[in-house]
Design a protein around this ligand. Structure first.
Ligand SMILES: NC(=O)c1ccc[n+]([C@@H]2O[C@H](COP(=O)([O-])OP(=O)(O)OC[C@H]3O[C@@H](n4cnc5c(N)ncnc54)[C@H](O)[C@@H]3O)[C@@H](O)[C@H]2O)c1
Length: 399
């Protein structure tokens, strides 16, 4: 059993506490920190949390807690993690780990030097559907993964600080690209080195300095491509989708607007429908289990199980650092309008590129390029001659 310190009582502090307290599990938030005494009192009453404080260091140093959860705005992650490391406590930090790779690397360094357990709270690799999809991919069901497209778009964040480039470290890329990039890494293979990024970003709608829309491509050493699509300008709620394409198969995941629960109402819903829902009437897409569906529950199970077992969780501070390095390259690409190399001073994965797709033999003389059943029932094969390289086709007998 763990007693946790929760830093932050905003949207993510709420979801995290819901996930931890939502079942009959033994782990409890024991102390909570927020700037506002009024908010603290309400939050503590709602979730049955015994200790509250407006002093961040006091919350971290609470003698009864052994795990610190960082659910604060991005500019406070490093400070909170350093204090937790100094206190010798396990620390779990929300996404993005940091505002840039330099900050992330310092955070990685501080927890490694202190020898404390640390986990990167990237919930969107933990939804049950994603965990199941990863199992299929790792079992070889898709062959070699070639392309992972991950999309997160909604009409914009719920608090002022997200729109402040200095406090957040950027705009939609740093806020949501971090999810999409890490989803891509999980499917492609975390030990495959991300090499370079090409990214478009713009401020299309909001009167802010940071980007509110971006599309980026991350090229990996084995030739695979991660694609992220992020926007704070999308209307209609929160669109969360992933597509994985491999040499032997395809996976499509839809996490939010089409979860198998669609509700039409003229009378309207009276309260909260689901995260980032824009209306109370018409067709609505409520979510039966938000904390489960977004991965928060499985994420905390993994984190706390790993802590108990003395192992690494699925998502570590090192992963957070790699994601920040990819985002830094994306920002450079937005400026240069070119592919930009990903600078990873500390690379812990495979040195080799690896992963070439094997050519398929048709017979001793030919490789098979493609086979297709035509509308008239014939089957056509397209071949490449091994010696000359010439490409030809033939219609083969039906079976
Ligand atoms: N899916 C996810 O994993 C997910 C979702 C949302 C947010 N987040 C992350 O969680 C963190 C917090 O985001 P949020 O959505 O909860 O934000 P929020 O604005 O809803 O809440 C932020 C919390 O931090 C406190 N805070 C704000 N500014 C502060 C300051 N200067 N000093 C001290 N406390 C301050 C607020 O009072 C509040 O308790 C961010 O890093 C964000 O990227 C993660």
């Amino acid at each position: 059993m763990h007693k946790l310190t929760m830093l932050g009582t905003g949207l993510i502090g709420t979801f995290y506490t819901m996930a931890l307290h939502g079942t009959r599990g033994r782990d409890r938030v024991h102390a909570v920190y927020s700037r506002s005494p009024e908010r603290l009192a309400k939050f503590a009453a709602q979730w049955g949390i015994p200790k509250t404080t407006t002093d961040m260091a006091a919350a971290i140093n609470d003698p009864e807690t052994d795990v610190v959860v960082v659910g604060l705005p991005n500019h406070l992650h490093e400070q909170a993690v350093s204090l937790a490391a100094q206190a010798g406590k396990a620390v779990l930090c929300t996404k993005p780990l940091a505002r840039n790779a330099a900050e992330a690397r310092r955070m990685l360094d501080v927890i490694e030097k202190a020898g404390v357990f640390a986990g990167y709270l990237e919930d969107l690799v933990y939804p049950p559907k994603t965990l199941r999809a990863l199992q299929s991919v790792r079992g070889g069901a898709l062959g070699k993964v070639l392309w992972v497209r991950s999309r997160e778009t909604h009409p914009g964040p719920h608090s002022d600080w997200f729109f402040n480039k200095e406090l957040a470290g950027g705009g939609a890329i740093v806020d949501m690209g971090c999810h999409c990039i890490e989803i891509g890494r999980n499917f492609i293979g975390k030990d495959v080195r991300p090499v370079e990024v090409m990214c478009w970003a713009d401020t299309q709608v909001h009167p802010i300095e940071a980007e509110d829309s971006a599309v980026g491509l991350v090229r990996y050493a084995n030739g695979a491509l991660g694609q992220f699509e992020v926007s704070w300008t999308f209307r209609g709620g929160m669109d969360l989708r992933d597509e994985v394409s491999g040499t032997e198969g395809t996976i499509w995941l839809n996490h939010w607007l089409r979860t198998g629960f669609e509700l039409f109402t003229t009378a309207g819903e009276s309260g909260y429908v689901a995260e980032k829902t824009e209306s109370q009437t018409g067709w609505l897409f409520p979510v039966g289990d938000e904390t489960g569906g977004l991965g928060y529950r499985d994420m905390f199970v993994d984190m706390l199980d790993a802590l108990d077992a003395g192992q690494q969780p699925r998502e570590t501070f090192y992963d957070g650092y790699v994601v920040n390095a990819i985002m830094d390259a994306a920002y450079r690409s937005v400026q240069s309008k070119r592919w930009e190399p990903i600078e990873l001073a500390d690379w812990r994965g495979q040195a080799e590129a690896g992963g070439q797709v094997e050519l398929k033999d048709y017979d001793v003389d030919y490789y098979l390029i493609k086979e297709e059943k035509l509308p008239d029932g014939r089957t056509k094969v397209i071949l490449k001659h091994k010696a000359s390289g010439s490409i030809s086709q033939k219609v083969v007998e039906q079976h």
